[in-house]
Design a protein around this ligand. Structure first.
Ligand code: TYM
Length: 331
């Protein structure tokens, strides 16, 4: 059975981008693969969270994983920092990751541009740690959004380089995965780029948002003056809303509004109202479970412990092999 690994950083509440880009695929994959899903708390250290904030966000992602349908009986669900093996592998893999390739990573360049005062080494070697998350369990499929594609390429580079360096056929190649066969970039509500945590509170719809909040955000989404010609191409901000509708609404609803747009009869107020209602319908079961699961500390503790034990079993085997391959021998 193929092995699957993926994670989400503990940097806040999860939004529809995380859900449709990653989490929704995690839930489906656990039915047919050997799955490891973790909370990437080590990766979140690049932005220096306070201890309280770190704990709260880790807990939050765990709650939202479970609320979205991850099942600790089917998947190994763990917190990345509960697996010290990954930090050890990261040390070894850092020896074969080169400054030039790390500096060329798009995510690194974006982070440097966004926050030039915090260009720490952890940020630079972020893709190495991510590669270790994947390699440590010998995963071949990694469900992620489009923005992570380059990190998967780098993972293959690092794994292959290790194999070549030690003349072994040890690490497997892994590929980014989405059930639709195409990696997705879920747009936000600001009419510009992707939905994200750092693009402003109003740009993202969170799984935990109340129906009122969702309605307010969607009604404020950027639109234009409306189509002036039949079948005209949609501007970015309108296409984004249609892309969101495709995720949460039925095919009939989508076709109805497409038709209204193409005949210049669309009223954006009605369109957004429908979009908001369908977002509410699709997130309500998750939101309700978030509230219930969040209250159950014992359960959360049990899930994290079970996951850490299972992940440790898999990771410790890899570390034993890797130490031997590198040449650390006991006398
Ligand atoms: P993070 O926390 O930024 O995002 C978690 C997942 O959500 C996806 N995502 C999106 N997908 C589509 N459209 C969007 N607007 C959108 N926003 C977020 C991301 O692509 C990602 O899949 N580096 C990873 C965490 C990580 C990881 C790993 C993932 C660490 N180690 C090993 C896979 C395997 C990250 O920053 O995720």
């Amino acid at each position: 059975m193929e092995t699957v690994v993926s994670g989400i950083r503990s940097t806040g509440k999860l939004h529809l981008g995380n859900y449709y880009g990653a989490l929704n695929n995690f839930v489906k994959m656990q039915e047919q693969y050997n799955c490891f899903f973790f909370i990437a708390d080590l990766h979140s250290l690049t932005t220096h969270p306070t201890p309280n904030n770190l704990q709260e966000t880790v807990r939050n992602v765990l709650v939202e994983y479970l609320a979205a349908g991850l099942d600790p009986e089917k998947s190994t669900i763990y917190v990345q920092s509960d697996l010290p093996e990954v930090a050890e592998l990261y040390l070894y893999m850092n020896m074969n990751a080169y400054l030039g390739e790390l500096e060329r990573a798009t995510s690194f360049k974006d982070k440097v541009r966004a926050n030039p005062d915090n260009v720490n080494a952890g940020l630079l070697t972020y893709p190495v740690l991510m590669a270790c998350d994947i390699l440590i369990h010998h995963a071949t499929k990694v469900p992620v959004g489009k923005d992570q594609e380059q990190h998967l390429e780098m993972t293959r580079t690092f794994g292959n380089r290790f194999n070549r360096m030690y003349n072994v056929d040890y690490f497997k190649e892994s590929f980014a995965f989405n059930f639709s066969n195409e990696l997705v970039k879920i747009p936000g509500l600001d009419g510009k780029g992707k939905m994200g945590k750092s693009e402003g509170e109003m740009n993202a719809v969170y799984l935990s948002d109340s129906p009122e909040t969702i309605r307010k955000k969607v009604m404020k989404a950027v639109t234009d003056g409306g189509p002036t010609e039949e079948n005209q191409q949609k501007p970015q901000e309108i296409q984004n809303l249609f892309d969101l509708m495709k995720l949460v609404s039925t095919a009939d609803t989508l076709a109805h509004f497409e038709n209204l747009y193409n005949t210049c009869a669309i009223r954006y107020g009605d369109f957004k109202k429908q979009l908001a209602e369908d977002m509410v319908i699709s997130t309500t079961p998750i939101r309700e479970k978030i509230t219930a699961i969040s209250a159950d500390n014992d359960y959360l503790r049990k899930v994290a412990k079970l996951g850490a034990d299972k992940a440790h079993e898999s990771a410790s085997k890899t570390l034993k092999d890797v130490r031997e391959i590198i040449g650390f021998k006991s006398f």
